[in-house]
Design a protein around this ligand. Structure first.
Ligand code: GLN
Length: 537
């Protein structure tokens, strides 16, 4: 069949057996290998929550909130997509049930259904299909990851919508990937396929037949022997079953898919014209990730949530990839911000690291600990990187060290007369409301002769934001006396975007979240600079 250049091809990635088996990484990796073949890709995460976006979710339970360039607050999988695709995605890449429901209800109120009974089928399912087609428009391939696992009540309407979409568009334009898990039974020494069989059956009962099975498993022993059986029971061709054993780095997954020649299967099945893949820069990332270097740099992350890596996922990835870039291992040391002031063990941990990072955060818990850590780095000339809240705490630390003892942030003490950090004018009274922060990409101008300018190597930069507070301008003329300077501002000069210490090898902080823009093939300069500062010490 001739290829219709305008028709977007859809790949749906659906879970089975259990959650947390790497559906997001699988979807991102499929995007990676298709992009390497010259195809244009968009990718979208559907989450069955009734939230409209991820902005008000608890990062301890749900993981970090990712922000797109146009200011959407999303699930952290969108961060995986940006890193694996090396693309800046948009609002269209994140879809929660709440957003679709809101649209349907708003349309109903606006009289758009003209007297009809508004129902899950066909109205909600049609709205879901509109969100998917809208996101896919103009791309060769649109990948949709369906959050949750087959069998969840919550995602039934979504699965019904993509079943209908497949009926409408036809087999040549839609492809279904199911990610399953193969448990290994140590006592009998074998991989069990029954849960995967049941997951496939669950999907078949909803009218969707998987074209590809991605089977996750332990790394040893190899699970190859189960492929014929899985194929027989699932009806998926043997060459379309890919085993993905646990790997030392998630960046391995695109290479595993490549070895299994699954992109050839996909392009053939969807009649996509593509060229030979160029995976060289990705192979370098994997090689760097797997290398054990002679030197290890330890970085203390002063955090409120010290029990879930996902809460600071991008920060950790940015630190790791920056370290690989400088050919060192990185040892990330959690320091509990809440206990830091009173717990000697926590202080000793902080004093032993090579560099300190204060990441973003909201609310008052742990703020004094973060201010203490910033002050420690400032006065002991320890390399420091402040990310959003980490800038705000650094400014307070500098002010207090210089003698303004009551210096504080509005988040700590709303009534203080010394709020060196205060709400932005348009943010007052918006606390705890959804989608109302300063969100997404904003430009910044870096002053000549500053560390910031040297690190970025350019005058104008763009970074991603998510915050309500800012440096109060009334205090800016005191910065020099506090030993710091505003080295980057918004183009109109109104907002302080970057600060640095005047007499310090590397004490820099930004109101933005540079970790969101760090990519494995191009680690962010502020993180690379931090590692370099340690190595130059
Ligand atoms: N809570 C601070 C603010 O709203 C910092 C936010 C952040 O670190 N992302 O400005």
């Amino acid at each position: 069949m001739a290829v219709n250049a305008k028709q977007t091809k859809y790949i749906f990635v659906i879970g089975g057996v259990l959650s947390g088996v790497g559906k997001g990484i699988t979807a991102a990796s499929i995007g990676n290998i298709l992009k390497a073949r010259g195809l244009s890709i968009n990718i979208q995460k559907y989450d069955p929550y009734l939230n409209v976006d991820a902005g008000l979710l608890n990062p301890r339970e749900h993981g970090e909130i990712f922000v797109t360039k146009d200011g959407a607050e999303t699930d952290l999988d969108v961060g995986h997509y940006e890193r694996f695709l090396d693309e800046d995605l948009t609002q269209s890449s994140s879809l929660m049930s709440g957003r679709v429901l809101l649209k349907v209800i708003q349309d109903e109120r606006a009289g758009k259904y003209q007297g009809e009974d508004v129902q899950i089928i066909p109205h909600l399912t049609a709205a879901i299909q509109d969100f998917i087609s809208e996101a896919g428009k103009g791309f060769d391939v649109h990948i949709v990851e369906v959050g949750g696992t087959v069998g969840d009540i919550e995602s039934l309407s979504f699965l019904e919508a993509i079943r209908e979409m497949n009926l409408r568009l036809g087999r040549d334009d839609c492809l279904f990937v199911q990610v399953v898990y193969l448990p290994y039974l140590g006592t009998s020494g074998e991989y069990k396929t029954k849960p995967a069989q049941n997951a496939v059956r669950g999907l078949l009962s909803l009218g969707i037949a998987p074209d590809i099975l991605i089977a996750r498993s332990e790394s040893k022993p190899p699970a190859r022997a189960v492929i014929p059986k899985l194929s027989l029971f699932s009806g998926v061709e043997q060459r379309a079953i890919v085993l993905i054993p646990n790997a030392p780095t998630i960046y391995q997954v695109p290479l595993t898919l490549e070895d299994a020649k699954i992109a050839d299967f996909i392009t053939e099945r969807l009649s996509l014209r593509s060229h030979k893949p160029d995976m060289n820069s990705w192979k370098r990332v994997v090689k760097n990730a797997l290398t054990r270097y002679r030197r290890t740099v330890s970085i203390g992350v002063i955090a409120k949530y010290t029990d879930n890596q996902d809460t600071y996922y991008c920060v950790f990835e940015a630190l790791r990839t920056a370290a690989w870039d400088q050919q060192v291992n990185v040892d990330i040391v959690w320091v509990n911000a809440e206990n830091l002031l009173r717990d000697k063990k926590e202080q000793a941990k902080m004093q032993a690291v090579d560099a300190i990072v204060v990441p973003g955060g909201f609310g008052r818990r742990g703020l004094e600990g973060k201010i203490y850590a910033a002050g420690y780095a400032l006065t002991n000339k320890i390399p420091y990187l402040g990310l959003c809240l980490g800038l705000q705490m650094a400014v307070i630390a500098a002010a207090r060290w210089a003698g303004l003892k009551g210096a504080t942030s509005v988040e700590l003490d709303e009534d203080s007369p010394h709020k060196v950090i205060d709400y932005m004018a348009d943010q007052k009274d918006k606390a705890n409301t959804g989608g109302s922060m300063r969100l997404g990409d904003y430009p910044c101008v870096l002053e000549r002769g500053t560390l910031a300018r040297k690190i970025y190597g350019q005058e104008k930069i763009v970074e991603r934001h998510r915050h309500r507070c800012e440096c109060a301008n009334a205090y800016r003329d005191q910065y020099e006396g506090w030993g710091i300077k505003a080295s980057g501002t918004s183009p109109d000069g109104h907002l302080v975007e970057v600060i640095e210490a005047i007499d310090h090898p590397y004490f820099i902080a930004t109101q933005a979240h540079p970790e969101l823009l760090s990519r494995p093939t191009r680690p962010h300069p502020l993180f690379v600079g931090l590692i370099k500062a340690v190595l130059n010490k």
